[in-house]
Design a protein around this ligand. Structure first.
Ligand code: ASP
Length: 412
């Protein structure tokens, strides 16, 4: 569905609910002496990241069969957590700088207005289910580290080593050839652009279709070739060599967020991740932070994020989005506002914003939805997208704040 049609439906639905968007970027209340009662969506809806598996369709069937929205969301999360080839969540997630996989996750259950979260938890694959267990079995909202692991075992979760052979090899490769840099951060006054590249000039520039720097493209190709040869010498299998090289140059982010809404108007959100590859042990991103990586308000809608967790925490992204919708913004407008707050934190300095990325996944209680990203394209020049299922499973391009390609944060 085109963006304009999404917006049209969104505004029509909000008009029916007594609120409407007026013109680009503006919203206003419709004065009405006879408010129209809320109409739940006619079909369930799921918004998430691409999964490459069958779990979104299965989760949709669960919703059609009357399953709880959080259970449906967790079904998708677990599909990714179980897949050793997905290096951004659960089993096979890329480890911290010590080679230990540490997972973050949170859930929010709209109908009961409850939340649960775990952070920096080791040896437990189903982090999102563990977050739900925190929600259901305790009066706590968040349990971290060793405590979370022990809690999981006490609750019957299986303890296992999550570092797969492939992930271990990529980690060893990074140890050998990466530089372990995590500071000063992009938000530090001491931050300097990478020595051998800048967003408009240098090796990274070739990644940006709008600012090609062909004279440096060769440098990138040579570097990739050199790293791939090193990966071969370290016994990394051929299919994995390119990925290993990319992980050294640009540490992975990934993550799964799922927001799900049923025809009763009930909704839930879940986010799960192994976080930033090669992070400092104990580093916690936005994914387990209620209000940043995920936020669901049964009266309004649900939102979640993938991308640079530090930036999302600073704008409380998911909560900001839901709150904007509370004030009448469409899902797209609400998402754009959260992205603008990230940009504002850097005084809209494009030389810095080039290193950041964020995608927000958003569903409003009436079924209107959006996927919005800070940048329009991935490194390969392919448009950033998100997945929707509302009876038809499809991938849609994200609306975006800036045209171009993120560089991801790394000093190269
Ligand atoms: N937001 C996650 C984190 O910062 C990573 C990601 O979504 O890519 O840990």
């Amino acid at each position: 569905m085109s963006t304009s049609r999404r917006d049209f439906l969104s505004r029509t639905a909000m008009a029916a609910a007594g609120t409407v968007g007026v013109g680009a970027g503006e919203t206003a209340r419709v004065p009405g002496d006879r408010p129209v009662p809320y109409q739940p969506p006619k079909k369930p809806i799921i918004v998430t990241r691409e999964t490459g598996d069958t779990t979104v369709a299965e989760a949709y069937a669960m919703l059609e069969g009357g399953a709880d929205t959080l259970d449906a969301a967790l079904h998708i999360c677990q599909g990714r957590e179980d897949d050793p080839k997905d290096h951004s969540v659960g089993l096979g997630g890329l480890p911290n700088e010590d080679g230990v996989v540490e997972l973050d996750a949170c859930v929010m259950h709209g109908p009961t207005r409850r939340a649960g979260s775990v952070a920096a938890v080791q040896n437990i694959r189903h982090a999102a289910l563990l977050a739900k267990t925190v929600m259901q079995r305790t009066w706590h909202v968040m349990i971290v580290g060793k405590g979370a692991e022990q809690f999981a075992v006490d609750e019957g979760f299986h303890r296992e080593n999550l570092l797969t052979d492939d992930a271990r090899k990529i980690w060893l490769f990074w140890k050998e050839h990466g530089n372990g840099w995590w500071g000063p951060g992009l938000d530090s006054p001491d931050w300097k652009p990478p020595a051998i590249g800048s967003p408009t000039q240098g090796p990274m520039a070739m990644l940006m279709p709008r600012h090609p720097a062909p004279e440096y493209a060769q440098t990138i190709r040579d570097t990739m070739r050199r790293l791939s040869a090193m990966a071969e010498r370290m016994g990394i299998r051929p299919e994995l060599r390119r990925e290993a090289a990319l992980q050294v140059l640009w540490p992975t982010t990934g993550t799964i967020h799922v927001s799900a809404l049923n025809t009763k108007g009930e909704m839930s959100g879940a986010t799960t991740t192994s976080g930033l590859a090669w992070k400092i042990p104990g580093r916690v991103g936005d994914s387990p932070i209620i209000g940043a990586g995920c936020y669901t308000d049964q009266d309004i809608g649900s939102a979640g994020a993938t991308g640079n967790g530090e930036e999302n925490i600073k704008v409380a992204g998911a909560h900001t989005i839901v709150d904007q919708m509370r004030q009448g913004a469409t899902p797209k407008e609400a998402g754009m506002e959260a992205l603008r707050r990230i940009a504002r934190n850097y005084n809209n300095d494009m030389a810095k914003l080039r290193y950041l990325d964020m995608i927000y996944y958003i569903v409003r209680r009436d079924g209107a939805y959006a996927g919005v990203s800070l940048w329009s394209t991935r490194g390969t020049g392919v448009r950033k997208n998100f997945v929707v299922h509302d009876g038809v499973l499809r991938t849609e391009p994200c609306d975006y704040l800036y045209e171009g390609t993120t560089l991801s944060i790394h000093p190269f």
